[in-house]
Design a protein around this ligand. Structure first.
Ligand code: GLA
Length: 686
């Protein structure tokens, strides 16, 4: 649901190797295929006599993985302490007979009715004070000590039974982590206060960091601190998000601990995340997992390859390694404003785009709709009658193609010279105080990603705190929260020869979501040799011109100034509100062995393209492949001494791609020096 400056050759070589080492490919199942097709399957919803028909159809489509059990608690533990796993033993064994491995989901997004009846206090209280009723999912409180004990028990029983089962390859904990929903109850409130106390030590410190002298917000007793609902003190709101992150990390660890106690190390443990979903900070949450996975849905409309590519790269960046697409739509969903079917060929484009960006598995949700239940209309591979629906044929094609290319793709992963920095703290800080309703930091990230991806053909999206030494270019479009240690981390990167580009609103806030007692970009002002004199939310577009050509700034403009003698202005504003007229909009300066650039405005597409071209050129970034026509995305997976390129035409017109030399076309099964891609055409070249 939804919701590296040109460096001497040797140094460049060293950096490339470093990046490669970081990108080992632990998400591929040892001894199994390199890239796998999967589906969510719910044997508990069907008579056992039906299972083999389903599995035969899956095998025929080269489906190699089923994810099961993530909602099957009431079937596995029909009453407290009475476990029934025999049906599951048989389901896993039957799947294996059809060469399909199982990923087991812990069923903790759906506590059974006997549990919520016995312990109604585990049911979440909504922000408005209402307790949720049983009968949906994500209805339990992640903070509940009692609930966690039940989660530990069921996960433990499953681990004991399947931790050594050769046909079980891994585990998914919970499902989409309850969309990070919290319970606004006394237990959670108490935990939040305790968490604040352990972080701040004294109320004096907390009051100072949150500047509670403002609006008489001063706290004299920890018990006075509420859970923020709606608009609140920005410091408290950020800490509430941090607390949510800790709560879900602990909720997850409770299950990881019991799983790891009983399961073989070869079995992976993951969770299914949701792209840019911002309920918690995904970097700490994914830290203890074997690899990250996400659920990739378009919803209404059609694939936006730039946004979807960005979302894949975000997920790959969580742990800086390959990932899985645990769920994707077999054509359509049921939860969007208009649940249209993707065009014929688009599902295949989506599956290949996932692999191109580092997915080692793509799983459809779901195989077949339950005959009743909340999601009867959702897209499936098999209809209510149990026979294939039209998109099954496309899924089979994907399955066969994955099987065909597995040898080439085994042990490979994307390797990039460009990194975009993402920060949940900065995202939240901007979201809560947008200043102009049009400000969209994810849209801004995308506006940088689009041209940078096109020019470099490979971009990593990583945490602002991630190691940066392998990158030629690091771009932080919205690093609003920029505390001192993070600034030092970035400065070290620049000092050592990196090019750091900052976007608007950078370096305004400290780690408590308070204003830095200095101008933007805060601790980076000295290195930049420039600062933001004033920021302006724009009523209308402002002309900008300079080294990158001319165009418009919209939504947001920062007046740069107080420039050091060697700080250069790349773009300036034209006539506007008087304040901005003829003032610098983009400035850059050499610092250490590197460079730091500050872009103070939201630029139009043409200027962003020119800006990206300048960044790439100045930093010595080289494209991984070479020129491809518009509408075609090229990606490289590298490893085991080989480079494999995936060409995807997401347009509905044919495209011809010239190859740098004669290469093997793995899908067409021939060698050629150009590729003819039909509408929604895909080719894998080596
Ligand atoms: C989510 C859930 C699935 C299902 C799909 C429907 O991602 O994880 O259980 O509800 O959405 O699109």
């Amino acid at each position: 649901m939804r919701w590296l400056r040109v460096v001497p050759c040797l140094a460049a070589l060293f950096c490339a190797q470093l990046t490669l080492a970081q990108s080992s490919v632990p998400s591929q199942i040892p001894g199994h295929d390199a890239v796998l097709l999967g589906t969510a399957w719910y044997p508990e919803q069907w008579p056992e006599s039906r299972w083999e028909d389903d599995l035969r159809l899956m095998e025929a489509a080269d489906i190699k993985v089923v994810r099961i059990t993530e909602f099957a608690w009431s079937r596995m533990e029909p009453s407290e302490g009475h476990y029934d796993f025999e049906w599951l033993d048989r389901a896993i064994a039957l799947a294996a007979k059809h060469h399909i491995v199982s990923v087991l989901g812990t069923p903790t997004a759906t506590p059974p009715a006997w549990l919520t009846l016995k312990h109604p206090e585990i049911l979440r209280i909504e922000p408005d004070g209402q307790r949720v009723t049983h009968g949906n999912r994500a209805h339990a409180s992640a903070a509940s000590v009692i609930y966690r004990e039940y989660c530990r028990k069921i996960a433990g029983q499953m681990a004991l039974r399947y931790g050594k089962n050769p046909d079980v390859v891994g585990w998914q904990i919970d499902n989409e982590y309850g969309y990070a929903l919290m319970s606004y109850d006394d237990e959670t409130r108490g935990q939040f206060r305790k968490w604040l106390k352990s972080k701040y030590g004294t109320l004096d410190t907390l009051n100072a960091r949150w500047t509670t002298a403002y609006w008489s917000e001063t706290y004299d007793d920890w018990n006075e601190i509420p859970i923020p609902v709606g608009e609140h003190n920005p410091g408290m709101m950020l800490e509430w998000k941090h607390f949510i992150t800790t709560t879900w990390a602990d909720y997850q660890q409770n299950q990881i601990t019991v799983l790891r106690a009983h399961v073989e190390p070869r079995q992976f443990i993951t969770g299914n995340f949701m792209g840019f979903f911002d309920g918690f900070d995904h970097y700490p949450i994914t830290e203890p997992l074997t690899f990250a996975a996400w659920d990739d849905y378009v919803g209404t409309g059609h694939l936006d390859p730039v946004y979807n590519g960005l979302s894949h790269d975000l997920t790959r960046g969580f742990k800086r390694q390959n990932f899985w697409v645990m769920e994707t739509q077999p054509g359509m969903v049921n939860w969007s404003r208009l649940n249209n079917q993707l065009n014929k060929g688009e599902v295949r484009v989506m599956a290949w785009q996932a692999v191109a960006h580092g997915a080692d598995e793509v799983g459809f949700w779901q195989w077949r709709s339950a005959l009743n239940g909340q999601e009867e209309y959702h897209g499936t591979l098999v209809g209510a009658d149990g026979t294939p629906v039209p998109v099954y044929t496309e899924a089979s094609q994907i399955g066969h193609e994955f099987a065909l290319t597995q040898d080439a793709l085994r042990g490979t992963a994307p390797v990039s010279e460009v990194a975009l920095l993402y920060s949940y703290d900065s995202h939240w800080a901007i979201q809560w105080q947008k200043h102009t309703e049009k400000y969209d930091d994810i849209g801004l990230l995308k506006s940088y990603y689009g041209p940078l991806r096109k020019l470099s053909q490979s971009v990593d999206v990583v945490s602002a705190n991630a190691p940066l030494e392998g990158y030629k270019l690091v771009v932080a479009p919205s690093l609003n929260v920029l505390p001192k240690d993070l600034a030092s981390h970035l400065l070290e990167y620049v000092h050592n020869g990196g090019h750091l580009v900052l976007g608007p609103r950078s370096g305004m806030k400290d780690e408590f979501n308070g204003l830095q007692a200095q101008r933007q970009p805060g601790y980076l002002v000295d290195a930049l040799g420039g600062r933001v004199e004033q920021f302006y939310a724009l009523e209308k577009d402002v002309p900008v011109s300079g080294t990158w050509g001319s165009g418009e700034a919209s939504i947001w403009a920062e007046q740069m100034g107080s420039l050091a003698p060697d700080t250069k202005t790349l773009l300036s504003y034209g006539k506007s509100n008087g304040w901005l007229d003829d003032q610098p909009a983009v400035v850059t300066r050499s610092y250490g062995k590197g460079r730091i650039t500050y872009i103070g405005a939201v630029l139009d597409e043409k200027l962003m393209t020119a800006a990206a071209a300048w960044m790439v050129q100045d930093s010595g970034v080289t494209p991984v492949f070479g020129p491809v026509p518009d509408g075609v995305e090229v990606s490289r997976r590298r490893g085991n001494g080989k480079d494999v390129f995936i060409l995807i035409n997401s347009s509905q017109e044919a495209r011809n791609v010239a190859l740098p030399r004669a290469m093997k076309l793995l899908l067409a099964g021939k060698a050629a020096s150009s590729v003819e891609l039909g509408p929604y055409g895909v080719e894998v070249v080596q």
